[in-house]
Design a protein around this ligand. Structure first.
Ligand code: ATP
Length: 184
């Protein structure tokens, strides 16, 4: 099995996440994309509760046979990728880490980042306005055919204004309406 971990806040998950995952699977012959919502993102405190973000990710991925969702970071006090990798990698398979250029640009700030780089190959997806350096020793497969101008930040702002953004998968829009998230 060739599996890519796709970690994130997913606050909320949006169409670019799904397109990025599908395109990575296609270009790099992956069997599975494992979406892992972060429990308490060290860099993004004070966001939507974990349970609701997890539910939206599950709803968005439901129709995609290659997409799976893991709640492995639920128990972590903080979401450190190295701890997740240390639990997942021994289960077997060939592991990749799918990440946007903006997030990869900050990789050297991650807890035990050198060990993270030593453990997995990164698939780094281009994103408008983001550039990144490749630290020595990192294995990087660039995915540069996408340049999607979508972010959760903009989606949250639109929802707060009472607009339902087109970049939200219908099942996610339903969750947001049902639970009254983001001030919608
Ligand atoms: P926020 O705006 O709240 O910071 P976000 O839209 O960047 O959120 P995250 O949940 O932080 O979404 O992203 C999870 C992963 O998906 C990260 O690796 C991020 O770089 C990547 N990603 C998100 N949006 C895009 C995009 N439009 N193109 C490429 N990668 C993306």
């Amino acid at each position: 099995m060739r599996i890519a971990i796709f970690g994130g806040t997913f606050d909320p998950i949006h169409s670019a996440h799904l397109v990025v995952a599908a395109e990575a699977a296609r270009q790099f012959h992956l069997d599975q994309i494992l979406f892992i919502p972060n429990a308490v993102p060290p860099h993004k405190p004070g966001r939507t509760p974990y349970a609701q973000r997890l539910r939206m990710v599950q709803a968005a991925c439901a129709g995609y046979p290659q997409f799976a969702v893991s709640d492995i970071e639920q128990a972590n006090e903080k979401s450190y990728s190295i701890l997740t990798l240390e639990r997942l990698l021994p289960t077997g398979g060939e592991w990749f880490f799918l990440i946007g250029a903006d997030a990869f640009a900050e990789i050297t700030t991650w807890f035990r980042w050198r060990e993270v780089l030593a453990l997995v190959t990164f698939i780094v997806v281009s994103r408008p306005g983001s550039t990144y350096a490749i630290p020595e020793g990192a294995r990087v497969l660039p995915l540069e055919t996408l340049e999607l101008d979508v972010s959760s930040t903009r989606i949250r702002a639109e929802l707060a204004r009472g607009e339902m953004p087109a970049e939200l998968p219908p099942a996610v829009a339903d969750c947001i309406r049902a639970e009254g998230l983001y001030g919608f």
